[in-house]
Structure formats: structure tokens, C-alpha cells
Design a binder for this molecule. Structure first.
Ligand SMILES: Cc1cc2nc3c(=O)[nH]c(=O)nc-3n(C[C@H](O)[C@H](O)[C@H](O)COP(=O)(O)OP(=O)(O)OC[C@H]3O[C@@H](n4cnc5c(N)ncnc54)[C@H](O)[C@@H]3O)c2cc1C
Length: 208
């Protein structure tokens, strides 16, 4: 087998899983992650696989939901993302939601400890150099400008991603529980919940 390293650019969800799978298959990996040297507009930490938005991996129901089936297939494939997600699950009805700090910390520790993975904290400024035998670009929607520009030039795309939503973190003690109530979607108990895992906040159009 070719034992030249695979270079993975970006230590987010995709890059962390890619690095893990290659290394578990016996192939050395160099994982290039620019944080904390250079940040993004959304990431807050230097942890690998930091969730920048919702902490939900959506439905965990492998019987009736395609996302849940994908979760099951990833578990069978020895997924690092799924094992860290399962270990840091928080109640969320039928969905798999995770404690984002615990999840990212677990992924980071596993990758740092893997004997075939070298983590380099540096920004990759352009397309992979010719002497990198194989490379995976997994820099996500917030790819640093230099690399994004290079990808745009090669692909002819004028943009790589767009912001379509936000998921603000709301502190519990700011919610009026005289108006709001606990209930999961469809009252689903799910893999680790009670059927009352979400706070429902009714709003009219103007308040929303
Ligand atoms: C504001 C916002 C809201 C979102 N909301 C949702 C949501 O609700 N649900 C959902 O499923 N997804 C959402 N997403 C998408 C979310 O980012 C992806 O689901 C997920 O993070 C993508 O994983 P990834 O590994 O592709 O990218 P990321 O997790 O972003 O990882 C990419 C990594 O590459 C690094 N990087 C970037 N450029 C370079 C470079 N040149 N050199 C080295 N490292 C680099 C970054 O620092 C980062 O760590 C949202 C994204 C944003 C920005």
C-alpha cells in the first residue's frame, strides 16, 4: 500500500472523520487546521469538529428516517463523529443532539492520540502543492479567503457557500416558563430523551 501521507485540509466535522477513517485503515495523515492561528466568523474555539450552529445531528431513527439510517451506517463504519456524538448525547426527542464542547473535545483528543495522525495548526493558502501525493479539501462553508479564491478560479464558481440560517444560544434563565413549555416534537422519547426535551416558545410573526 502507498504509505505517503494523505493531507486533509480542515479539521471540522468532515476533515476529522476523513482523517480518522484513513488513519484507521493504516494510512498516515497530516491534518491541517488553521485555528487558532486564523479564526473564522463563526468558530469560537481551537477544537476540532467544533459545531458552529445547531447541536443536532437530526433524526436518530434508523427505521423510518434516511438521516437516522445514515447514522447507523456510519456507526457500522467505525465513525469517530458518531462515537463522539453518542458519548456526548443530550436529550433531544427523536434526534441525536450533542454537548458541543464535550463532543469537540472528544474528537480532538482521539485525533491527537492517533499514532498515524499529525495535526499541523496552519492555514493552507492555496490549492494543495504538487508534492502532496493525495489531499482532501474539507474546509467547509467558511474556507479561508486564499484557498476559497483558488477553488473559485479552478471551478469557475463565484461563491462556495451562503448563510441560510442562524441558531442562537438562548440562556434558560431568560425564558419565561409561564408562557413556554417543555415538549418534544411528536412527543418522541427518542434514543436518550423523555418526550419533553425541548422548550417551546410561542411567538407571533412580529415577535419572531
Ligand atoms: C452560520 C452557519 C450556520 C450553520 N448552520 C447549520 C445547521 O443548522 N445545520 C447544519 O447541519 N449545518 C449548519 N451549518 C453548516 C456547518 O458548518 C456544517 O454542517 C459543518 O460544520 C460542515 O462541516 P465541515 O467539516 O465541512 O466544515 P467546518 O466544520 O466548518 O470545518 C472546516 C474547517 O476548516 C478550517 N479551515 C478553513 N479554511 C482553511 C484553510 N485554508 N486552511 C486550514 N484550515 C482551514 C476551519 O477552521 C474549520 O475548522 C452552518 C454553517 C454556518 C457557517
Amino acid at each position: 500500500m502507498n504509505k505517503n501521507p494523505i493531507h486533509v485540509i480542515g479539521g471540522g466535522l468532515a476533515g476529522s472523520e476523513a482523517a480518522w477513517q484513513a488513519a484507521e485503515a493504516g494510512v498516515p495523515v497530516v491534518l491541517h487546521e488553521m485555528r487558532p492561528i486564523r479564526g473564522t466568523d463563526a468558530h469560537k474555539t481551537d477544537g476540532l469538529a467544533e459545531l458552529v450552529c445547531s447541536n443536532s445531528f437530526r433524526s436518530d431513527d434508523a427505521q423510518t428516517n434516511a438521516v437516522g439510517l445514515l447514522h447507523a451506517e456510519m456507526r457500522l463504519a467505525g465513525s469517530l463523529i458518531m462515537s463522539a456524538g453518542d458519548a456526548h448525547q443530550v436529550p433531544a426527542g427523536g434526534a441525536l443532539a450533542v454537548d458541543r464542547d464535550g463532543f469537540s473535545g472528544a474528537v480532538t483528543r482521539k485525533l491527537e492520540a492517533h499514532p498515524l495522525i499529525t495535526i499541523q495548526r496552519e492555514e493552507v493558502l492555496g490549492l494543495p502543492p504538487a508534492d502532496w501525493d493525495q489531499a482532501i479539501i474539507a474546509t467547509g462553508p467558511l474556507t479561508a479567503p486564499g484557498l476559497a479564491q483558488s477553488i473559485a478560479e479552478v471551478t469557475g464558481a463565484d461563491a462556495l457557500a451562503f448563510f441560510d440560517a442562524i441558531a442562537p444560544i438562548v440562556h434558560f434563565d431568560t425564558i419565561d416558563m409561564g408562557i413556554c413549555w417543555f415538549q418534544s416534537r411528536y412527543d418522541k422519547v427518542g434514543p436518550g430523551g423523555t418526550g419533553k426535551d425541548y422548550i417551546n416558545c410561542p411567538m407571533d410573526k412580529e415577535q419572531y
